[in-house]
Design a protein around this ligand. Structure first.
Ligand SMILES: [Zn+2]
Length: 314
């Protein structure tokens, strides 16, 4: 049995995971951006104890304990290096955890955990090289090569969202302008919608938000696309133009066997995936003369972080 823990901005979620990647039992505690690593580490230990107690297990029954954390982590030294939405900076989480539970825990970036889970048990199962990209409020990305996370020499990779696709484009949170992330997150989609709707009030979206453009969200846009609203279709088409540029860059750099798309935007399913695949196929290097990545929707979604963290020591 394995234990995986996912540290999120509002909750810390943990699961007891079996060797087939199924979550057998769960435990959760609230979290927030002001808590320090000592409080968080104690929670991690308490969650492990809860899960073991609930299944009448002891540490000798556990094959691995892993923790997924936003931002940069270094498993070699057991530290969360930097997480900008949590109060973590060079936080020695492993050492603190081991004060409560003497066990070798692994720590890893949460997007890398999700990528590992999809590679082991989800949409990229069996792929030699897979990349999982989470499209939500930010872009998370993880590269898995031969069942191992590839995170660069400094363990801080991979930041695929921070490659520039529009020189002098809008400012990104990383300090550069025009990053893939700026255009491909939910906010990127909403920004396109706001721009178009300023001069096109004849749209389902405009009616849905009673003219208040600050109320637009991804669901409203995709519902309007399903209703064949012309403006919504145009918003999606512009969004996919940018998204496909970023995905083609990733394909051309790394030639993965599978690209998995997760996160809130990917939940819109085929109306998003099928046109995206066509755009990528048109632009990717060497076109149909060489085999290319199969682009698939994520299967494990919200559980991917827990399952991937559980597999870190496998
Ligand atoms: Zn950036």
């Amino acid at each position: 049995m394995y234990i995986g823990i996912d540290i999120g901005g509002s909750h810390i979620s943990a699961g007891l995971v079996n060797q087939d990647g199924k979550i057998i039992s769960r435990a959760e505690v609230p979290n927030n951006s002001r808590r320090d690593y000592k409080e968080i580490s104690k929670d991690l230990a308490d969650l492990c104890k809860q899960l073991m107690d609930s299944a009448n297990l002891s540490l000798k029954d556990i094959q691995s304990i892993g923790v997924g954390i936003p931002g940069s982590c270094n498993d070699k030294i057991g530290e969360s290096i930097y997480a900008n939405n949590l109060n973590l900076s060079h936080a020695p989480i492993r050492a603190e955890f081991q004060k409560y539970i003497p066990y070798p825990i692994h720590i890893e970036n949460d997007a890398n955990c999700a990528a590992l889970a999809e590679n082991y048990f989800g949409a990229a199962k069996g792929a030699s090289i897979s990349i999982t990209i989470t499209l939500g409020t930010g872009i998370g990305a993880g590269i898995v090569i031969d069942n191992k996370i590839f995170s660069g020499f400094n363990s801080c990779g991979s930041e695929l969202g921070h490659s520039v696709i529009v020189v002098d484009g809008p400012l990104c949170t990383c300090g550069r302008n025009g990053c893939f992330e700026v255009f491909s997150t939910t906010q990127g989609l909403i920004r396109i919608a706001e721009d178009l709707l300023k001069n096109n009030k004849n749209s389902d979206i405009f009616k849905q938000v009673n003219g208040d453009l600050s109320k637009i969200n991804g669901k409203i846009i995709f519902d309007a696309v399903r209703n064949q609203d012309k403006i919504a279709e145009e918003i999606l088409s512009i969004y996919l133009k940018y998204l496909s540029e970023g995905i083609v860059n990733i394909e051309n750099f790394l030639m993965p066997e599978v690209i998995v798309l997760g996160g809130s935007i990917s939940k819109s399913g085929d109306i998003f995936l099928e046109p995206l695949k066509k755009l990528v196929a048109k632009k990717v290097y060497a076109g149909n003369r060489i085999p290319h990545a199969d682009i698939r929707l994520a299967q494990l979604e919200n559980d991917a972080g827990i399952i991937g963290a559980a597999m870190l020591g496998r």
